[in-house]
Design a binder for this molecule. Structure first.
Ligand code: GTP
Ligand code: MG
Length: 325
């Protein structure tokens, strides 16, 4: 039963039966720093740390038993659900559209055209995740993978001040990395579990998920390879989100569909179907001409109906449009 008990059974690699300090050290050297990383390792990878084949097999099985949630009973599922956390976006209207904010243990994708506000939403969430639960946060920190060098600490400071949070402390709890290529971006997530665990990261942001993939894999022949890599990257992301009860937020540019030229919302996200199937909640963000207002459309969700919400981007961050919530 109790998923929580199972999750807490082995907290660190040393807690796994038969792993002494020396073995733990060798595993750590090879990058296996958490129970989650052991659970997803291969036998040969662990044998490289000097374990016998049998021992490696046993260790992986124990780690998997401790965290893996492939088959669960309906009762376990209900328990898992109650463990879900939510992060406020700063706009009550936008939160309501998503059933109360951005959810942990799944991926939320914000997609839209240039300047629609995707990165501003990411900045705001990186601040808001730090709020106490009573104010819509998770008292955790944020991991921010920036692929377009658009992250700005000044925006974080302004948003933190508006919420009455100590700006330096808030900035310290956003752990940032710029990804220079798609491979680098993938590697950052491959190596993220230690930093996530040590810093109580409850929000993982990849802004933008697709920009590098789009620019590096040009042409039809490369499309299958690009999709396969994106798929792998997203699966890694969802695994981290589930293992650490963190929210995963990604952004994605859109391209206008040439045959739907007059339909403003007829845009489709880069990455096509694979991104579509793996992301659990997808939100299209649109600009409203000449205003700071934005329209968010919930395009797909595992259990919420489609709908729209209006919010605004101001100096203070993401807020409700006055008189409209
Ligand atoms: P791409 O990454 O280019 O696809 O765009 P994006 O969707 O990430 O857009 P982003 O989040 O960067 O939004 C930029 C918009 O946010 C600007 O055009 C402004 O309208 C708004 N914005 C950003 N910073 C501020 C600010 O300090 N004050 C106000 N009022 N608006 C801001
Ligand atoms: Mg952006």
């Amino acid at each position: 039963m109790a998923l929580k008990e199972r999750e807490q059974k082995y907290r660190s690699v040393e807690d796994l039966p038969g792993v002494g300090p020396a073995t733990a050290e060798r595993l750590r050297d090879l990058g296996f720093t958490t129970v989650e990383s052991i659970a997803t390792a291969t036998i040969s990878e662990l044998m490289a740390a000097g374990l016998s084949e049998k021992k490696a097999y046993e260790l992986i099985a124990l780690a998997r038993e401790s965290i893996e949630l492939t088959w669960v009973t309906a009762k376990d599922l209900a328990e898992l659900r109650t463990g879900l956390g939510r992060i406020t976006t700063g706009s009550k209207a936008l939160d309501a559209l998503m059933g109360g904010g951005v959810e942990t243990q799944s991926i939320t994708e914000f997609y839209g055209e240039f300047g629609s506000g995707k990165s501003q939403i990411c900045h705001q969430l990186a601040v808001n995740v730090q709020l106490p639960v009573s104010r819509g946060g998770l008292e955790g920190s944020a991991l921010y993978i920036d692929t377009e060098n658009t992250f700005r600490t000044e925006r974080i400071i302004a948003m933190a001040k508006h919420l009455g949070l100590p700006p330096e402390l808030v900035a310290e709890r956003i752990i940032y990395a710029e990804a220079y290529t798609s491979d680098h971006q993938m590697l950052l997530l491959e190596k993220a579990d230690k930093v996530i665990k040590e810093n109580n990261v409850r929000l993982i942001i990849v802004d933008s998920l697709t920009a590098h993939f789009r620019s590096e894999y040009l042409g039809r022949q490369l499309l299958p390879e690009r999709q396969q890599k994106l798929n792998k990257h997203l699966h890694r992301l969802i695994r981290l989100a589930r293992a650490f009860n963190a929210a995963a937020v990604v952004t994605n540019q859109v391209m206008a569909k040439p045959d739907d030229f007059f339909n403003q919302s007829a845009v489709f996200p880069v990455g096509g179907h694979i991104v579509g199937h793996t992301s659990h909640t997808r939100i299209l963000v649109r600009k409203v001409a000449g205003k700071r207002n934005r329209i968010a459309r919930l395009v797909s969700s595992p259990y919420l109906p489609e709908g729209e919400a209006v919010f605004a981007i101001t100096e203070d961050g993401i807020v409700d449009v006055e008189g409209e919530d």
